[in-house]
Design a protein around this ligand. Structure first.
Ligand code: SAM
Length: 208
């Protein structure tokens, strides 16, 4: 987990609580500052906010699956039998990716990937849930890659991630990078993320 929780990550963690129940959500390796920051959100108070790290939870390593874009194995519904916990890097995405999931990989957990494209942490979790709990195979989940979010006629930002695609009636706001208008779909993003991007612009993006 990052030492300081960026507003971007906070929105992702809040988004996660709309998909899984708080008692299933463990945020580990929190700095004291990060813990107090997260505790300010009532829904996150109901989650497990731990300063200890995943290795000190007393869970057998083989029951923990690290979601890792560099894994050679794709997560499949049958993995629900093998694993009890799913571990995600609490880190901001970067472009190009810096492979910071490596910090967790070195502990030797079994790993699985969700395709080679970088997802946001909340997207990776929701995709994992669809595969493990809803038994949907990765290939059947609709995605939008690198969506361009338009703020107005002149300003837009391209998000260098893969997102789940969801229905949208407002077709004029979204274009993919190859300029093809994708009709009736938009990326599943946390509530408040577009406002954050609009207000903070490049400040929020640590892209090179
Ligand atoms: N740039 C970071 C890196 O290269 O490690 C990506 C971090 S990503 C925003 C946050 C977490 O989501 C990762 O640590 C990983 O657990 C999970 N994740 C993102 N995309 C994934 C993928 N394609 N396959 C498996 N896990 C993924």
């Amino acid at each position: 987990m990052e030492d300081n929780i960026h507003e971007w990550c906070l929105l992702e963690y809040l988004n996660i609580t709309t998909f899984i129940s708080p008692e299933c959500f463990y945020l580990t390796n929190l700095s004291p500052d990060a813990k107090s920051q997260l505790s300010q959100k009532p829904i996150l108070q109901e989650c497990h906010l731990l300063t200890s790290d995943v290795n000190s939870m007393g869970i057998e390593k083989e029951r923990i699956c690290l979601l890792d874009p560099a894994s050679s194995d794709v997560l499949v519904p049958a993995d629900a039998e093998k694993f009890e916990y799913f571990l995600f890097g609490g880190i901001l995405g970067d472009d190009p990716p810096k492979d910071r999931t490596n910090e967790l990989r070195q502990f030797g957990f079994p790993t699985r990937q969700l395709g080679s494209l970088q997802m946001t942490t909340d997207t990776a979790l929701i995709v994992t849930k669809k595969i493990i709990e809803d038994s949907i195979v990765l290939d059947q989940i609709p995605f939008i890659d690198f969506p361009e979010i338009k703020f107005d006629k002149t300003e837009s930002v391209i998000m260098p991630f893969r997102y789940i695609s969801i229905p949208d009636m407002n077709v004029s706001t979204l274009q993919t990078t190859n300029n093809q208008l994708k009709k009736h779909v938009k990326p599943l993003m946390p509530y408040g993320m577009i406002e954050l991007l609009k207000n903070e612009g490049d400040m929020v993006l640590e892209f090179e």
